[in-house]
Design a protein around this ligand. Sequence first.
Ligand code: FES
Length: 145
Amino acid sequence: MDDEVRKDESLTRRIFLAGSWSWLRWSAGILLLYPVFRFLGYRAPKQPRSVKVHKIVPDGGFVLEHDFILFVDKNGPWAVSRKCTHLGCRLNYHEKEEVLLCPCHHSRFSKDGTRLSGPAQKNLPRFPVVALREDKDEKGYLVTL
Ligand code: FES
């Protein structure tokens, strides 16, 4: 009888140790793989890019570039992205209505990038613009994307 109880205890202890060993192996595996998954998921931060616009734009005018539209009025220049905030189609500018219109699903944005209508939910990003000085033989604007 005494031997049977001891046998049951040793089995319980054996099962417990086997289960612990299994958990320990899983924990060690996860700890070792964590840096690998972090490395694989790492994306380098996007570097800012500067684009020169070599034009003098009159007040009320605009310049259509590949990635942005530069507007100029009496308050100065500003630039908004041409990438629609819905699914990323390239926006066109409708001069008569003074709106940016997405050809894909017809979202509309004002000149300052505010969303007016359509499936897009966010406003367009604005980019900083610096007017280049004419005395340095550089005419135009520097837009930082
Ligand atoms: S991509 Fe512009 S509204 Fe859908």
